[in-house]
Write a protein that binds this ligand. Structure first.
Ligand code: ADP
Ligand code: ZN
Ligand code: ZN
Length: 729
């Protein structure tokens, strides 16, 4: 009888042991079903016959080891172990988090792989014409089977909805056989690969140096202005990896970007098996795609943050597009950075990684400056025309205009007259950020959060964008009874209404999380934009990233000032990146791109820097500031976050934690506990304690010791969690 060490999805810092009759080394990484308390749980085998302090006779026996089903390889586990250690999060939940939800449940034991049908010798001897004309479905299926080696069940269903019945009959006649799929679904008649544009010199240089690094670990920072053809560089390198039989992992920040990228990549590599992995997929799709990657069937895996853990036995290249994007960092629970783990993964697996951005994070930029990453630059747009940025000062104009300055309206009018498209960017959805009573000053606030409720029309509702709370717009002020309540400020819905007033004949499309919530809504909108069925786009940052709309000439930015002054030292870096992204949507096709930013502070240094579009110079200035102020990337940070029903309880816990931590290592600095910027969230109150050190190893040694001491404390009503390399302070 052997013992297995098992990781389970329970939030404790230890693993569990079970007896297993005929276990061996090969079981490591496999899923197991075990008794846990009164229930049955799924876990992952992490070790066999490891030294233990448990008396053997107290151990329970596993129900079964899922040996035939997909699990993790030693390589996969290496990454997961690293992640658990680095982010100081229990290994069990980290490992389980790496599985698609379906495979975390005890019920779904067998991963249902797609099945495929192939002709038997008997089947191959048949001809379509020998079948009667009325056997339409069978004729279709036979034709498809004769023209290719195998037909997936999902493809058969697309050929004819009654394919399943016909296939059963063909199986009974021993014309076809069924087996586990050896590839993923794709268009049945693959089109020929498109004609490739010749690379420009900068692109050619970048492709050449990355290709030259295939087969070994090497991190590249592809620093390319918007519209400089970064995607083309990724694809050319991917081509070489696929040709050599490798798998490519392509990480992107937003789900909204994946369908578009997916069809573009698929069109480029018509014969390649491509799968995507993001939270927009249902559980079955996600499991199927994960399994396809894990079995080496999928050649290209396109995904958001969580895809960084996807098992890829033949991994040859990792690409992280828009590497500066904050969505690569998980901000709750297991607070990992998918970008940083991608670099670790590339180094563990000995493959190159390309981090691409027009505005890299200062962390990556500094790594490139110091030579840890190879810097590749694409300083010019493909069309040779960077967008022109100008500012429209609106200080002192007060309420004399309805939120959009006359100069902007003018530019929009001219743009439409030229039959080009305009984008009005405002970083807030809904109608107005708050509802106010003019008689007593009441503001619509969320009772569960330190935040205001946003007015949403036409449903006349108030929404909390933080906790999801939703209420009807009240008939009268809840404190004084005054019936005259007004929405204050601008959201996308209000801007849309205003523009409708000014341009009654224009076709206006609002694009935000509300208007794109329905499945496939966004792809319909994208088609309309490309077909020039739209004159004015009103949108949030969903529109800022990565899109290539060739007819978009003008970008107007409304509320950039709201992000200008913030206590977070990363605020400028973030705003510069966001505005560069938004501005980068203008003038990607034939027309010259024009960007108008409405602001009360046209002389602000950030705006001046943005106008010259010289990221290198701006980054150097910010880095100098960070160095003299002792901020990342020159120091390494972690946050201890605490939450409780009352902020005082959270602060007490942190004060105690600081006591415990003091003196563990004098090379690690502990700050005073402070309430979080947004104290209340969903009915809990939050506080945080910052720790930092110039030495990463010392910070981590400290965190390990500190974490163990904290875990040993009897907890009050407060909960705590560590956030390593936090992005928001
Ligand atoms: P980025 O990701 O850097 O913003 P894209 O990769 O989206 O830029 O490229 C911008 C546009 O230029 C796309 O339409 C792309 O197809 C096109 N493009 C890229 N490289 C070339 C090239 N060498 N020649 C012609 N067009 C190109
Ligand atoms: Zn009132
Ligand atoms: Zn709320």
């Amino acid at each position: 009888m052997k013992t297995l060490t098992v990781g389970l999805d329970v939030p404790v810092g230890r693993l569990f042991e079970y007896l297993a009759p005929a276990a061996d080394e090969n079981d490591i990484g496999k899923r197991v079903i075990v008794p846990f308390g009164r229930r049955t749980a799924v876990g992952v085998v992490l070790g066999i016959d490891e030294p233990s302090s448990f008396p053997r006779e107290k151990l329970k026996t596993v129900h079964c080891v899922l040996r035939e089903a997909p699990g993790f390889s030693a390589d996969d586990l290496r990454l997961l172990r690293f992640a658990a250690e680095y982010y100081h999060f229990p290994l069990g939940p980290v490992v389980m988090n790496g599985l698609p939800t379906r495979l975390r449940r005890a019920q779904a034991q067998a991963a249902s792989r797609d099945v495929e049908y192939v002709l038997t010798d008997l089947g191959r001897a048949q001809s379509v014409d020998a079948l009667p004309a009325r056997a339409r479905v069978k004729r279709k299926l036979l034709a498809a089977l004769l023209s290719q080696t195998a037909l997936l069940a999902s493809e058969a269903r697309e050929l004819a909805s009654s394919a399943a019945g016909a296939l059963r009959e063909l199986e009974a006649a021993q014309w076809v056989e069924r087996r586990a799929a050896t590839r993923t679904a794709r268009a049945i008649a693959p089109s020929a690969p498109p004609e490739l544009p010749p690379l420009n010199d900068d692109q050619a240089r970048a492709v050449e140096s990355i290709r030259g690094a295939l087969g070994a670990f090497r991190p590249f920072l592809l620093c390319g202005v918007t519209g400089s053809g970064k995607t083309e560089v990724y694809l050319r390198v991917a081509d070489a990896v696929l040709a050599a039989g490798g798998q490519v992992l392509l990480l992107v920040p937003e789900i909204a970007l994946t369908p578009q990228l997916e069809s573009m990549v698929q069109a480029r590599f018509p014969a390649a098996a491509l799968v995507s992995l993001h939270s927009g997929l249902n559980e079955t799709e996600r499991m199927r795609n994960w399994v396809a990657a894990q079995q080496g069937v999928a050649q290209i895996v396109l995904g958001t943050r969580l895809a960084v853990f996807t098992p890829l036995p033949r991994l040859g290249l990792i690409v992280v597009d828009e590497e500066h994007d904050a969505s690569f960092k998980q901000t709750e629970g297991f607070c990992y950075s998918a970008r940083d783990l991608a670099v670790v993964r590339a180094s563990q697996r000995g493959v190159p990684i390309v981090l691409g951005s027009a505005t890299p994070s200062l962390e990556s930029y500094q790594n490139a400056r110091t030579g840890r990453y190879v810097m590749l630059e694409l300083p010019h747009r493909i069309n040779g025309r960077p967008p022109r940025i100008a500012y429209v000062g609106v200080r002192g104009t007060g309420t004399s205009f309805d939120g959009i300055a006359p100069q902007l309206l003018d530019a929009i009018r001219k743009c439409i007259e030229r039959r080009e498209q305009a984008l009005v960017f405002i970083n807030r959805r809904g109608y107005a950020p708050v509802l106010m009573c003019h008689s007593c000053g009441w503001l619509s606030g969320c009772h569960r959060c330190s935040a205001q409720l946003v007015v949403h029309l036409p449903a006349r509702e108030l929404h909390c964008h933080h906790c999801g709370h939703c209420a009807r717009v009240p008939e009268a002020c809840p404190t004084c009874g005054n019936a005259d309540l007004s929405p204050i400020g601008q959201g996308t819905q209000r801007v849309e209404a205003t523009l409708n007033g000014h341009f009654p004949n224009a076709r206006i499309l609002r694009i935000d999380r509300d208007s794109t919530r329905r499945k496939n809504a966004w792809s319909g909108m994208r088609d309309r934009i490309h077909a020039r069925d739209v004159d004015i786009l009103v949108g949030t940052q969903i529109l800022a990233k990565g899109h290539d709309f060739p007819h978009l000439a003008l970008v107007c930015v409304l509320n950039a000032d709201a992000m200008l002054y913030s206590s977070d030292f990363r605020a400028s870096e973030r705003l510069y990146a966001l505005l560069t992204q938004v501005a980068g949507r203008a003038g990607r096709g034939e027309a010259q791109g024009e960007v108008l930013i409405q602001t009360e502070f046209p002389e602000h240094p950030l705006y001046a820097a943005l106008r010259s579009q010289d990221f290198g110079a701006y980054a150097a200035a910010l880095l100098a500031e960070r160095e003299s102020a002792g901020f990342p990337p020159f120091v390494h940070q972690a946050l201890l976050r605490a939450e409780a029903p009352e902020v005082d309880t959270a602060l007490e816990l942190l004060a105690h934690a600081k006591e415990i931590g003091r003196g563990l290592d004098d090379g690690v600095e502990l700050y005073d506990p402070v309430p979080a910027t947004m104290v209340r969230l969903a009915g809990r109150e939050r506080a945080q304690l910052l720790v930092q050190s110039e030495s990463r190893p010392r910070l981590h040694a400290f965190l390990s010791a500190w974490r163990d001491l904290l875990a040993a404390e009897k907890s009050s009503t407060a909960r705590w969690a560590l956030d390593v390399d936090p992005l928001e302070l």
